[in-house]
Design a protein around this ligand. Sequence first.
Ligand SMILES: C[S@@+](CC[C@H](N)C(=O)[O-])C[C@H]1O[C@@H](n2cnc3c(N)ncnc32)[C@H](O)[C@@H]1O
Length: 217
Amino acid sequence: MNQNFKDTAKHQGLRRKLVNTLRKKGIVNKAVLEAINRIPRHWFMDSGFLDHAYVDKAFPIAADQTISQPYTVARQTELLEVEKGDKVLEIGTGSGYQCAVLLEMGCKVYTIERQNELFKKTSLFLPKIGYRPKKMVFGDGYKGLPEFAPYDGIVVTAGAPLVPKPLLAQLKVGGSLVIPVGEKIQVMTVYTRTSSTDFQKKEYGEYRFVPLLGDKE
Ligand SMILES: C[S@@+](CC[C@H](N)C(=O)[O-])C[C@H]1O[C@@H](n2cnc3c(N)ncnc32)[C@H](O)[C@@H]1O
């Protein structure tokens, strides 16, 4: 991560252009676009990639993982349909960027990371730049975080070969799980809880994510 926390007029200009690109690609949620416009994405990237921070692409971070493409972050957040004050669980803290977007939107964020190197790095980094999730946990996201459930929204930021049942169980009625499902290619899938026993499923196109690793229940 870039430890030189400057946000110059040049960065801000590049960010406005990125937001315009996201709008052209179909992102309409104002709160999401405003959050992306406010957050210096270059602070979340390793120094070798700073020049690319405002290109709409995923880039490597530590532990062979990636910071997701801005469009993907925007689309997953939009699909969550969360509002200020909502309680959100994120699986895959990674660089902390998606978490920062949710915090900027006024959500209460609980986030889990399975790679210890990233967990340590990001749990020091986020508070340093003023972002304070309710809870950052080192562990396996397949199990969710039942002690703080239920959640208004759950977002999985790695490709899941199957939909973890504990995550569905931890949703509020009316809440949604946004999860890319599949092995090599994933389909962005949204499960909305319609009652204590029922879920509505919708699909939103293909993506490529690093894999969700773990015990698979
Ligand atoms: C695309 S990357 C990170 C995206 C991240 N949200 C961001 O904004 O940078 C996906 C992350 O999921 C993590 N991950 C993979 N399997 C996991 C699991 N079972 N539980 C929690 N995190 C996991 C990876 O280590 C990686 O950091």
